[in-house]
Design a protein around this ligand. Structure first.
Ligand code: ARG
Length: 463
């Protein structure tokens, strides 16, 4: 990166910027990633200025040609970014003037870096949200496929991480699907407030040129121009909202990760995570570690942190633009990168998960998971639920002492707890009977899981 002096505001200054201050205040090292949006915004601005009679068509054509060459230079790695030129905006503008001469200096008419940067970030974030939405959908697609495959697989369902009732693995996966559906909605909703155009607010008060914000708005695909110039240049709510939605999504992925870490352990052994998603240990030859879920779980920390960085960045800021706002980019960009990385890892990994049905089943058999089913059975025979709870509690205590699960006790043994118990009790004490009986919308029965998968597929089709 070169270090020429910045002459963009030369007029007022008696000495060049201190070299350290130039580096300290520069953002080009991280905001150059918005070069495409910056050029896109400038193309729209120059086109609009021509419609408004501020630039001639010749001037516009030179500017557009110059900007297009600059984009090619950047993409070919030929562009020399300069710290002295502070940010992506002034680097590109200076390069334009270098290329086409004085006409390049007209591009910034009726515009300020304040509305320019706010416009660029929104364009950038809009594109990234669209990619994130696609990736959430890809992950959800993987979950639907796996849930369908695992609709009949029985595992223990947990509360307090203690065996509670049998559930189907497909049902568990569809719970993850629901979390992600809400995330999808949150990003879609955030996108509405991202897609508002600050351009035209200029530095803070608007501009004296006869600008046509309807034209730039349409050219850039924004839903509407921002209503108030002071708010337009200073608002970063959309970035905070994005980080909030990202934090919730990360939180969901930590929950999935935690379960995968538990399930791949030798103690649970519910899941096999293919080797390509794991790493070994340099000292313990037997180890195969679930690094991907662990790392995703760990990366939640930086995303939550970025949310707080942005909230604090905006706290107490007086209207309108303040240099503080330059600090919005790194947290935002790192949130985007982190989210995309985690989503990609999960979308790749989920379809490759292999259930170990025998271990899941055995675990479900071990924890008296059909105790509620026995209580419900007694209630159907006319016993009040609280009494049934008591009876089953006693039979579980007996099971613990004798090392028998409820389904392993003889009819005679069960009848010592209640003489209303008959031979048909074994239908409800089986795992299959237990899950099949929860046969209503949102229940864990295999056919309900298949119905939920079908509804999920419909939902994804409509996106
Ligand atoms: N690099 C600046 C930013 O990221 C661009 C806007 C600078 N505006 C200004 N008046 N200094 O916010």
């Amino acid at each position: 990166m070169s270090n020429k002096t910045n002459q963009q505001w030369g007029g007022r200054f008696n000495e060049p910027t201190d070299a350290f201050v130039a580096r300290f205040t520069a953002s080009v090292e991280f905001d150059q990633r918005m070069y495409r949006q910056d050029i896109q915004g400038s193309v729209a601005h120059a086109t609009m200025l021509t419609e408004a009679g501020v630039l001639t068509t010749d001037e516009r054509d030179m500017i557009l040609q110059g900007l297009s060459e600059i984009q090619q230079d950047i993409e070919a790695g030929r562009f020399e970014w300069s710290i002295a030129l502070e940010d992506v905006h002034m680097n590109i503008e200076a390069a334009l003037t270098n290329k086409i001469g004085n006409t390049g200096k007209k591009l910034h008419t009726g515009r300020s870096r304040n509305d320019q940067v706010a416009t660029d970030i929104r364009l950038y974030l809009r594109d990234e949200i669209d990619l994130i939405l696609l990736e959430i959908t890809r992950l959800q697609q993987g979950l639907l496929g796996l849930a369908e495959q695992e609709a009949d697989t029985i595992m223990p369902g947990f509360t307090h991480l203690q065996t509670a009732q049998p559930v189907t693995f497909g049902h568990h996966l569809m719970a993850w699907f629901e979390m992600l559906s809400r995330d999808y909605e949150r990003f879609t909703d955030t996108r509405k407030r991202v897609n508002i155009m600050p351009l035209g607010a200029a530095a803070l008060a608007g501009t004296t040129y006869p600008i046509r914000r309807d034209i730039t708005c349409q050219l850039l695909g924004f839903d509407a121009p921002a209503e108030n110039s002071l708010d337009a240049v200073s608002d970063r709510d959309f970035a905070i909202e994005f980080c909030a939605a990202s934090s919730v999504l990360m939180m969901h992925m930590t929950r999935m990760s935690e379960e995968l870490v538990l399930w791949t352990s030798a103690q649970f052994n519910f899941i096999n995570l293919p080797d390509r998603f794991c790493t070994g240990s340099s000292i313990m030859p037997q180890k195969k570690n679930p690094d991907v879920p662990e790392l995703v779980r760990g990366k939640s920390g930086r995303v939550y942190g970025h949310l707080f960085s942005l909230l604090t960045l905006m706290k107490s800021q007086p209207l309108a633009y303040n240099k503080d706002n330059q600090e919005d980019k790194e947290p935002l960009f790192d949130t985007i990168d982190t989210l995309k990385g985690c989503l990609r890892a999960y979308a790749d990994m989920v379809p490759a998960l292999e259930s170990r049905k025998e271990y899941m089943r055995e675990a479900a058999l071990r924890g008296f998971s059909t105790a509620t089913d026995l209580a419900d059975y007694l209630v159907r025979q006319g016993m009040p639920f609280r009494d049934a709870h008591e009876v089953v509690g006693k039979s579980v205590a007996y099971g613990i002492n004798t090392g028998k699960d409820l389904g392993e006790m003889s009819l005679a043994e069960l009848q010592t707890f209640s003489d209303t118990i008959a031979d048909d009790v074994f239908e409800v004490l089986t795992l299959e009977g237990s899950v099949a009986a929860r046969n209503h919308l949102g229940g864990t029965a295999p056919n309900q899981v298949r119905a939920a998968v079908a509804r999920g597929q419909e939902k994804l089709k409509q996106r």
